[in-house]
Ligand binder design. Sequence first.
Ligand code: CU
Length: 128
Amino acid sequence: MTPRPTLPRLLARRAVAAFLLLGLLAPLPAHAHAILEESVPAQDGTVPAGTIGITLRYNSRLDKARSRMMLTRPDRSQTSLPIMQAGPPDVLTSSIELKPGAYSIRWSVLATDGHLTRGDVRFTVTEQ
Ligand SMILES: [Cu+2]
């Protein structure tokens, strides 16, 4: 026969559960995860074939040396895009020659608060 939990023990369990729940619901502390604010090509946008300039602008400064952009081509093959070190600290830029088709860029960036964020930008390259 299992002993029934005492009332204080039940209350303690509820307090722990409430505490954990509050932790999940509480607003995030003031910091600067990198959130993508604007991209070229735009999400679900189209660009003409040729040399494509890629620009991802974030809400915060980035550690560019530890940030990555991976291009997925229409045939699902992947290429790491070189990130230019020059330019504003909240913008990643690259460029690459692309043929028509559906592409996506998976980005993962390290913000100066030490947090990594990821996302995808899908776009279509059209005939010139
Ligand atoms: Cu953060």
